[in-house]
Design a protein around this ligand. Structure first.
Ligand code: KG4
Ligand code: ZN
Length: 332
């Protein structure tokens, strides 16, 4: 059983081929055009998807040594994401399915981030908790089975990836700033500057207040010393990263305690963060958790995770028809 999957929700055009539950190719074209604008420009993202989609799909089929005739289904990201970007992948998948007479499978991008854990071994056992952290989302998900997930906590305002990226912008770092904060943090002192953690009831998160307190802190320091950022970039990044990681882990700890679940996973772009990965492993060791962290290539947006989600939907005969349209916002 061969599935071609397409991902185009934000600024990565990706295609992957899965055969009998195994990934045989995962091609990702990153759109560098957004760097100069300090964030993703939706219109430019849609145009770049238009340029990339055909060569990316061709490469994915070639690497997997699968021809169009060998395919059994076409999967695509329905949402959440940028509407114009999603439209490119959705229209492409619909046209290809129609042309080849194949069934179509719609996939929820956030569910796919969680299911990236089923691409490689070891795989988490059900039920498990997944902290899904990306540029647009921050969620704690209770995963009962591949297609049965509940969001038990989520951000009430900004996503943690956004907090990383917007703070990086204040530090004059290019988009996406998350990986650069991570890079500078490696040689900095995480306790150099302290920030108050937000008080949020239950398992929900908030990042807008902490983002503002980073901004006020930097403005004050720069008023006193115009070179403050350049002179202290490592310590600043380490302290910011330490604060954001602490906010995430505090809630994850609470969720594990409340549910009694000790199978703990992370997913999404921010799960590539080395501070989060190390601290989670340490916490897991202390609390006797089994921790699951995807390989870097399956943390950020990729079509392999869409293909994995589609695999489970295929097994359930969960197909959609040609009237399907993308959704910028959607829950599970
Ligand atoms: O999942 P993803 O690729 O796209 C969305 O679905 O949003 O996540 C992108 C986010 C961006 O905010 C980016 O800065 C962040 O993931 N990110 C990181 C790291 N790598 C990617 N944040 C912190 N540290 C990293 N190493
Ligand atoms: Zn994503």
């Amino acid at each position: 059983m061969n599935i071609l999957a397409i991902e185009s929700s934000c600024d990565e055009t990706s295609a992957a081929v899965l055969s009998n539950g195994k990934i045989y190719s995962n091609v990702v074209a990153t759109q560098l055009i957004h760097t100069q604008y300090g964030g993703v420009v939706p219109e430019l993202a849609s145009r770049a998807h238009q340029q990339h989609i055909l060569p990316v799909v061709d490469k994915a089929l070639n690497y997997a040594k699968v021809t169009k005739k060998d395919l059994h289904a076409i999967a695509f990201t329905k949402g959440p994401g940028l509407l114009g970007a999603l439209l490119v992948g959705t229209s492409f998948a619909k046209s290809m399915a129609l042309g080849l007479g194949l069934p179509l499978i719609e996939v929820n991008h956030m569910q796919a981030h969680v299911l990236a854990h089923f691409i490689q071994d070891p795989k988490p056992e059900f039920p498990f908790l997944c902290l899904t952290v990306s540029g647009g989302h921050t969620q704690i998900v209770k995963v009962n089975s591949p297609l049965d997930m509940e969001i038990i906590g989520q951000t009430r305002d900004d996503a943690v990836g956004e907090a990383f990226d917007k703070t990086a912008k204040l530090l004059d770092l290019p988009y996406p700033g998350g990986p650069l904060i991570d890079k500078y943090a490696k040689t900095g002192n995480p306790l150099a500057y302290g920030f108050p953690l937000p008080e949020m009831p239950g398992l929900d998160f908030s990042f807008s207040g902490i983002k503002t307190s980073f901004m006020y802190f930097l403005q004050k320091q720069v008023r006193e010393n115009p070179n403050f950022i350049q002179e202290n970039i490592e310590d600043i990044c380490a302290s910011i990263q330490y604060t954001l990681v602490n906010i995430l882990l505090k809630k994850l700890k609470k969720a594990a305690k409340e549910t009694g679940i000790k199978e703990i996973a992370i997913a999404g772009g921010v799960s590539a963060n080395s501070g989060l990965r190390t601290s989670l492993l340490e916490l897991g060791e202390k609390l006797n958790w089994k921790v699951y962290i995807p390989d870097f290539e399956y943390c950020t947006d990729n079509a392999a995770m869409i293909a994995m989600a589609a695999h489970y939907k295929f097994l359930e005969n969960d197909f959609c028809d040609q009237t399907v349209s993308p959704m910028a916002r959607m829950e599970f």
